[in-house]
Design a binder for this molecule. Structure first.
Ligand SMILES: NC(=O)C1=CN([C@@H]2O[C@H](COP(=O)(O)OP(=O)(O)OC[C@H]3O[C@@H](n4cnc5c(N)ncnc54)[C@H](OP(=O)(O)O)[C@@H]3O)[C@@H](O)[C@H]2O)C=CC1
Ligand SMILES: N[C@@H](CC=O)C(=O)O
Length: 390
């Protein structure tokens, strides 16, 4: 199924490298085309963007920027965690990630914003394809300054309630838009549906489902026959996990999505009000990402025991998120019967079951792939294009 040989995966897991991440931008199997890529001559009615993060999702977005759908978009800056590029000729490079790594300027957000200002284009967008908390903390300020923000980074909207409130205040002025489709369901139409329902006067009563693409991928397959750690390495290689997979296994990423949805529905929940079950053993919590990746097999025994217990009862394990009518929020591993809707998912499927005042006999269910570079990058592109009504 994978395009990456197993030996390469094993080596990558050992050193903390990432074949999909590397290939997406290396100009190797998924080379950027020069033709139509990062156009330098977009007229003033076009869109200028700065891309923060050139990893799995950012890399896939760079590929989409080379397609006709992105003809109105001009890339005026791109950055990784250490370096950045704003030179138009270099931004059009086939090897943009290597270019930035080898010859990029030191990181400086002000220079990226200056590139947007100098573009002469009215619609200026900052695309955040990182998981960086400090960058997310700047979203509200950027919006207030009139830059649109399109994000896959959930750290602000799904973080502390104060951050969420700052975001609401920044968008309330209407100066700039916040494109957040990629933050929940990797672009499945969940947030847009919830906003539409609320706009019609409907109210969310309960919410339940599988909100993690990587955990869905893991538990849809895990029956104890293949070690959990092997499946996790696969999920990471395929670009489904967070930069540090403990963000998925700890429940933190699912909790963020639940908070984003709950807050959009009018529940003012703080981050510490979500009950979270972590699947990361205590001994693996304080390690560096690289050290954690070397010790993945330590995940196997506890989960093998859990799946065996569930099987004795004729059940399967699913990592579920739940919000009840009283605003109680919980994310964690649940034993469900094979007839449960969450037991019938495939691949990275997410499932969001919304019970509302008007959808109250059967929930409104949104289901489909909930992780992966292409779908997530498409969600970002869609939010960018929506700014010009495309
Ligand atoms: N993968 C998926 O399926 C989905 C991911 N997302 C979200 O997308 C985001 C990115 O995920 P993913 O692409 O998988 O992660 P990666 O680790 O592959 O990429 C993250 C990128 O962010 C860069 N970065 C980190 N800090 C900064 C910074 N301060 N300034 C600029 N760049 C920075 C990294 O730089 P460097 O290369 O130097 O490390 C890297 O290029 C996350 O928030 C994730 O939750 C959302 C939906 C689905
Ligand atoms: N790591 C996340 C990616 C999308 O947000 C997940 O597994 O769902």
């Amino acid at each position: 199924m994978s395009a990456v040989p197993d030996a390469e995966v094993a080596e990558a897991a050992a050193v903390g490298a990432h074949p999909v991440r590397d290939r997406l931008l290396s100009g190797g199997v998924e080379e950027r085309s020069r033709t139509g890529c990062a156009p330098t001559a977009v007229d003033a009615s076009g869109i200028a963007i700065v891309l923060l993060g050139t990893g799995v999702v950012g890399g896939a977005l760079l590929k989409l920027l080379c397609t006709p759908a992105a003809a109105r978009i001009r890339l005026v800056g791109a950055a990784n965690s250490k370096r950045q590029q704003t030179d138009p000729a270099k931004l059009a490079s086939r090897q943009l990630r290597e270019q930035i790594r080898a010859e990029g300027d030191p990181r400086d957000n002000a220079a990226l914003l200056a590139a947007l200002d100098a573009s002469g284009v009215a619609v200026k967008v900052i695309v955040d394809a990182t998981a960086n908390v400090s960058l997310a903390a700047r979203h509200a300020e950027w919006l207030e300054r009139g830059y649109h923000v399109v994000t896959a980074n959930k750290a602000l909207a799904g973080g502390e309630l104060t951050g969420w409130r700052a975001l609401q205040a920044a968008t309330a002025s209407g100066r700039a838009h916040y494109g957040d489709a990629a933050t929940v369901g990797a672009g499945l139409p969940v947030l847009s549906t919830l906003r539409r329902l609320r706009g019609c006067g409907d109210a969310l009563l309960t919410l339940e489902g599988v909100f993690s693409g990587s955990l869905s991928y893991l538990f849809n397959q895990y029956d104890g026959s293949v070690p959990f750690s092997t499946l996790l390495a696969d999920a990471r290689r395929l670009g489904y996990t967070e930069p540090d997979p403990r963000s998925d296994l700890s429940g933190e990423d699912v909790a963020r999505k639940l908070l984003i949805l709950a807050r959009h529905a009018g529940f003012s929940l703080n981050a510490d009000e979500v009950e979270v079950e972590s699947l990361v053993p205590e001994a693996l919590r304080g390690l560096s990402t690289e050290a954690f990746l070397e010790r993945l097999p330590e995940l196997d025994a506890p989960l093998a025991a859990r799946v065996a217990e569930a099987r004795e009862r004729g059940h399967v394990l699913r990592y579920l998120a739940r919000l009840n009518q009283r605003g109680h929020a919980r994310v964690g591993l649940v034993e469900v019967p094979p007839t449960h809707p969450a037991a019938r998912l495939y691949g990275t499927d997410n499932q969001f079951a919304l019970t509302t005042t008007r959808y109250n006999t059967q929930p409104l269910v949104i289901q489909g792939p909930g992780a992966g570079p292409e779908v997530t990058a498409q969600a970002l592109l869609g939010d960018v294009l929506a700014l010009v009504g495309a």
